[in-house]
Design a protein around this ligand. Sequence first.
Ligand SMILES: [Zn+2]
Length: 198
Amino acid sequence: MLQLPQKLRNVVEQFSKLPGVGGKSAQRHALFLSQFTEVELSEFSLVIKELKNLQKCSDCGLYLDEETCLICSSEKRKSSKTLCVVEGMTDCLAIEASDQYFGLYHILGGVLNPLLGIGPDELGLGRLRDRVNSDDIDTVILAVTPSVEGDATCAYLKEDLGSSVSVDRIGFGIPMGGSFEYLDPLTIMKALENRKRM
Ligand SMILES: [Zn+2]
């Protein structure tokens, strides 16, 4: 059976690690890249390598270019006393695109998953609790994907954050297992409007 040469197979293997990229797409991408010039390949690999220097806001976890996080330092957002908890930056970008939310964010970086060894410490949930207290937050909106793990994470946070803060969960209009990045702004807007107190 005809097989790709090792150098291409190596690239296919790397692309296959990306979410939503199957074997065939990975192969197509690898073959496409093989037509790049040396300069183009250098540029391509350099920008990926630079990701290791990516900066994160130490408060919310958003990736940034500047030293200070524009969202965390915004007086308008701070005065909302509202903190929206999301799994990743793509969720945050999708919510921002809906132009319906003007509070602060907290990026979890995942959800609780005991089978994969992801517990409260791995997600830094203690840091979230500290932040809710120190930033005088009065409403926490959990914009976490509906799934077994997502539901368990929300239940944990509700318990952990205590009764001094209102904890709302986005749910309406969001399918089970549905990721925010694929939702249209109107669905996100409705989900924010129809959130439920936990
Ligand atoms: Zn921030």
